[in-house]
Ligand binder design. Structure first.
Ligand code: PRP
Ligand code: ZN
Length: 296
């Protein structure tokens, strides 16, 4: 029976920008994936979870239909789907911090461009007709949208369109096709999406475990453990500087009256500049260490 009611299912991209990162994230969440069942699916050994490897464009459908309980997909693909299917039942549960890209409007090098007005009456090729439609409506510009499912970057040279609206990550595809970015429509990254299909209490508990672990992985990426020494008169200023740390631990240093060790989990990145400010405020022996696992 498919889907197996005794297992959770997550749809991830088979090939492409998100594929490796999606598998890495699950691995960091402690999900050990056995050799694939076939090209399309793999089974976790230590968690009741099956992975389905599909085209990113199909992930919203799988999750909305409840074939998969979860999906990892670009916000751009998900929003395009949601605009087309306003009744679809899914929720974005986390932004994952990878697969960052922007949806841009680009035209051929050498062409003239003078703001969004230059798009009026033009043909724009895209795989994101609804997101582009929204952008044009907000800009108050009428243009014709040519929907394509792939190879959008070829459209201007083929004479199918005057502009394209497509995902730009490194910019290599634009460069290779003699295209120049003209407008930024939308910024995207990978998100974890969850179906609204009801689960049995047992499966729901596993789903909570999985999202909790993924939250933990995301939190540790941002967080650092910081240790430093300081005199009592500096404590107030130092705790004020520590980024995103509430309630640091303050311990007296043995044999050094008036001196304390401060330990804190900082929920934000710690930059060299922060360390310099801490030092200027009287901190010494400052150590910043990564956190491997975290559960709040
Ligand atoms: C996008 C876009 C380009 C490429 C741009 O495709 O359609 O082909 O990425 O990346 P670059 O700026 O690094 O060259 P996407 O990864 O979304 O794949 P898909 O449309 O084939 O699913
Ligand atoms: Zn795609």
């Amino acid at each position: 029976m498919f889907p197996d009611p005794a297992r959770l299912h997550i749809a991830i991209q088979k090939n492409g920008r998100l594929a490796d990162y999606s598998q890495d994230l699950l691995r960091e969440a402690g999900v050990r994936v056995a050799k694939g069942i076939n090209d399309l699916a793999a089974r976790a050994e230590n968690f009741p979870l099956d992975l389905l490897f599909v085209r990113d464009d199909d992930i919203p459908t799988f999750v909305a239909d409840g074939v998969c309980d979860f999906g990892i997909v670009g916000r751009n693909v998900l929003d395009e789907f949601a605009l087309a299917h306003p009744e679809a039942g899914f929720d974005v549960v986390a932004a994952l911090g990878f697969g960052r890209c922007t949806l841009k409007i680009a035209g051929l090098e050498g062409g003239s461009y003078d703001g969004a007005e230059s798009l009026r009456g033009k043909r724009i090729a895209t795989s994101y007709p609804r997101i582009l439609g929204d952008f044009l409506a907000r800009a108050g510009v009428a243009a014709s949208i040519v929907t394509m499912n792939g190879a959008v970057e070829l459209a201007p040279r083929l004479g199918i369109a005057d502009f394209i609206c497509d995902i730009v990550s490194t910019g290599a595809t634009l460069d290779a096709n003699g295209l120049v970015a003209r407008e930024t429509v939308y910024a995207s990254e990978a998100v974890l999406v969850r179906s609204r299909r009801a689960l049995t209490p047992g499966m729901a508990a596993f789903a909570e475990q999985l999202t909790g672990r993924i939250d933990g992985v995301l939190a540790t990426k941002e967080s650092k453990y910081i240790m430093l020494n300081a005199a009592s008169e500096s404590l107030a200023e130092i705790t004020r500087i520590l980024p995103g740390a509430d309630a640091p631990t303050v311990l007296p240093l043995h044999g050094r009256p008036g001196q304390f060790a401060i330990h804190a989990v900082c929920q934000e990145s710690i930059f060299w500049e922060t360390l310099q400010r801490l030092k200027a405020a009287g901190a010494s022996a400052i150590l910043v260490v990564p956190i491997e696992k975290m559960m709040m």
